[in-house]
Design a protein around this ligand. Structure first.
Ligand code: ADP
Ligand code: MG
Length: 146
């Protein structure tokens, strides 16, 4: 699916609409958000988390790598937000219990810069690509179901 947005509110809306129609699978639902700095990945997740009923404002977890936010209603229990921008090797993920997190069907895991940990990402990871077009325009491509 392709979406074109003209401002951050529209990007948040695309994220919100996606998260509102998610269904649990056998393992965690994993999204990999690709795109340059400033492309809108974190902005998208602000709408996405809102759609999950999360009230806390999502900020980039750049320095801690991973944030966990509980989901109070619906079929999922935890929202994990990872930003792997500063990671040079998947080996740096060792202490995060990543395997366990992605095995739990109650978890939703959203990863900015997934290419940095490609080796440990399952093939079911759903890719969301952000392209910066002219001005504030963005193209968002969601490889849902592929
Ligand atoms: P990333 O996480 O990809 O590095 P952010 O979401 O942190 O990017 O930042 C995106 C920046 O671009 C924000 O300052 C936001 O206000 C701005 N922006 C402008 N137009 C858009 C748009 N159409 N979608 C998303 N963000 C936009
Ligand atoms: Mg970001």
């Amino acid at each position: 699916m392709e979406y074109f947005t003209e401002n951050s509110a529209e990007t948040k809306e695309v994220g919100k609409e996606l998260s509102e129609r998610l269904k649990p699978q056998k393992r965690a639902l994993i999204f990999g958000l690709k795109g340059d700095l400033g492309a809108g990945k974190t902005t998208f997740l602000q709408g996405f988390s809102k759609g999950l009923g999360i009230k806390d404002k999502i900020t980039s977890p750049t320095f801690v790598i991973m944030n966990r936010i509980p989901i109070k209603k619906g079929r999922f229990t935890n929202f994990y937000h990872l930003d792997c921008y500063r990671i040079e090797s998947y080996k740096e993920m060792k202490n995060l219990d990543f395997e366990e997190i992605i095995s739990n069907p109650k978890n939703i895991v959203c990863i900015e810069w997934p290419e940095r940990i490609k080796k440990i990402l399952p093939k079911e990871t759903i890719l969301i690509k952000f392209d910066i077009l002219e001005g504030d325009k963005r193209k968002i491509t969601i490889a849902y179901g592929e």
